[in-house]
Every structure is written in structure tokens, then in C-alpha cells.
Design a protein around this ligand. Structure first.
Ligand SMILES: NC(=O)c1ccc[n+]([C@@H]2O[C@H](COP(=O)([O-])OP(=O)(O)OC[C@H]3O[C@@H](n4cnc5c(N)ncnc54)[C@H](OP(=O)(O)O)[C@@H]3O)[C@@H](O)[C@H]2O)c1
Length: 249
């Protein structure tokens, strides 16, 4: 068992017990394919999920569509992004890079102390009219490191889910991907690895410090290029590590 920063408990998958976090997960931008897919997977796994959007009605519609797929007992709701932030302390950023900094500045007052912000953003050149197979240079090193500069003090930033495509998240069946998790807060990283491993098929791996998010974000551009070249939905698997390195259920 691992203690969460706010004193609540979550179980490590190494206990061999099915894990449910006690904390609601707010997926900001959860009306788009990436956030929708993550919200769907967590709702299917029994987690409590709030879909966030700039428009409360759009969020509620997305939550309703998730409920139709995850079942009537799914704990899923939708709300405007700031209200979703205020109701949760696990926040997932799934918005395009062009809206990233502005949204974080707007949400700053609503982000609760002790929250974990999980950033899946990829700074694709497509954000400024360029190619989706290229990334933009970000002054801080990566979108996730930019997030770390913009969140209130005492909020941990974790980079994850950049290399899992929306198509596989929204499809049926297990997700054939590993999720590399990077953060400067080891406790937050562990919590997010537990959360990632709640997605059927996903193995979560500790990827070290937040600065490694730069590499995760670059890999996405490569995966997009592979998808175009080979007409598929690629993901990554890391081989050769001892079993203890993989969080899975
Ligand atoms: N799609 C993938 O396969 C994939 C894979 C890995 C990583 N990612 C990353 O995940 C993020 C989301 O991807 P996506 O494909 O789901 O993106 P998306 O469809 O372009 O956007 C997701 C949601 O973000 C909100 N949004 C759009 N522009 C915004 C702005 N300027 N400010 C605030 N919110 C805005 C919208 O929700 P509302 O209009 O309802 O507010 C939209 O539904 C991106 O950073 C992407 O690089 C995507």
C-alpha cells in the first residue's frame, strides 16, 4: 500500500489486488479523443471521473456517451474545467498545445493545493500550422515542464500518456501499450503509475525525472509518422526490464 500526498490510501498493483483510487480524476479537455478515451478507460475500471470542458453542457454530453459505453453504474460526470478542477485533486491535461498555457493560467486559482497534474500534452508543430510529425521547441524543455512553471506551488506535475493513441483508447479490448511516467515527485509518479495500470493492457514504467517528458513528447511525433507511413495505430512497449519495473494489473 502507498500513502497518497493527502493521506488517503491507494494500493500498489504489486499487492496483487485490484486497485481503485479513492480520488476523483478530472480530465480537462475530456471532450476530445484523447481525454475521452482516458476517461472511458478509467470509468470502465471503476474510477470516479469528471470530464472537463470549456463548456459544461459539452462535458455532460461526453460523460453521458461514456456512461453508455461503461455501464449505468459508471461514476462519470461532466463539468466546466474550473469546476472539475475544484472537485478533484488528480487532474489530467488533454488539450492541444496552443491552448495549454492560457488554460493553465485561467485554472490556476481553481487548482487545489496538493493536487497532481498529469500532462499528456504534445507540442506538435500542427498547433501553429506545421506538421503533426514534428514538435515545437518549448523554452522550458517540454510541455510538461511548462506546466510545472504554471501550476501553483505545492502541486506536482507528472508527464504520462503521450505515447498512447486515442484510437486504441477508444477501441474495444486491452490497450497494447506501455506508459512511461516522468515526474520530480516520486510519490505522485507512483500514484499515476497505479492509475495508468488501471487501463486494461497497459504496463506503467517509472521514466525518471520530469525533464524526460521532452523525449516522451518527441516519441509521439515519431508514432504519428509511423501511423501515416504504415496506416496503423502504433504505441510503444519497453522490453528487457525486470518484472518489478512494470506496474500492471
Ligand atoms: N489524439 C491522440 O491520439 C493523442 C495521443 C497522445 C497525446 N495527445 C495529446 O493530448 C492532447 C489532446 O489531444 P486531442 O486529440 O484529444 O485534442 P483535441 O481534440 O484537439 O482537443 C481536446 C479538447 O481540448 C479542448 N480545447 C481545444 N482547444 C482548446 C483551447 N485553445 N483551450 C482550451 N481547451 C481547448 C476542447 O474541448 P472543449 O471545447 O470541450 O473545451 C477539445 O475537445 C493534445 O495535447 C495531444 O497532443 C493526443
Amino acid at each position: 500500500m502507498n500513502s497518497s500526498p493527502n493521506g488517503r490510501w491507494s494500493r500498489s498493483s504489486h499487492d496483487g489486488v485490484r486497485v481503485t483510487t479513492t480520488r476523483p480524476i478530472a480530465v480537462l479537455g475530456g471532450t476530445g479523443p484523447q481525454g475521452f478515451g482516458l476517461a472511458l478507460r478509467w470509468a470502465q475500471a471503476g474510477e470516479t471521473v469528471i470530464v472537463g470542458s470549456r463548456d459544461a453542457k459539452r462535458a455532460q454530453d461526453a460523460a453521458e456517451r461514456i456512461k453508455q459505453r461503461a455501464g449505468a453504474n459508471a461514476r462519470i460526470s461532466g463539468d466546466e474545467n474550473a469546476a472539475a478542477c475544484a472537485a478533484a485533486d488528480l487532474l489530467v491535461l488533454t488539450i492541444p498545445f496552443e491552448g495549454h498555457a492560457a488554460l493553465l493560467k485561467q485554472l490556476k486559482p481553481a487548482i487545489r493545493p496538493g493536487s497532481i497534474v498529469i500532462d499528456a500534452t504534445v507540442p506538435l508543430a500542427a498547433s501553429v500550422g506545421g506538421r503533426a510529425t514534428r514538435t515545437l521547441g518549448v523554452w522550458q524543455g517540454s510541455a510538461a515542464q511548462q506546466t510545472a512553471e504554471l501550476v501553483p506551488q505545492g502541486v506536482s506535475v507528472v508527464a504520462a500518456f503521450q505515447n498512447v493513441g486515442a484510437e486504441v483508447l477508444n477501441a474495444q479490448g486491452p490497450v497494447d501499450c506501455d506508459v512511461i511516467v516522468c515526474s520530480d515527485d516520486p510519490n505522485a509518479s507512483q500514484i499515476v503509475r497505479s492509475l495508468a495500470s488501471r487501463i486494461a493492457g497497459v504496463r506503467a514504467i517509472d521514466g525518471g525525472k520530469l525533464e524526460n517528458a521532452r523525449i516522451l513528447e518527441q516519441i509521439t511525433a515519431l508514432l504519428i509518422g509511423l501511423n501515416i507511413r504504415h496506416k496503423g495505430h502504433s504505441g510503444i512497449r519497453i522490453t528487457g526490464l525486470p518484472a518489478v519495473a512494470y506496474d500492471s494489473q
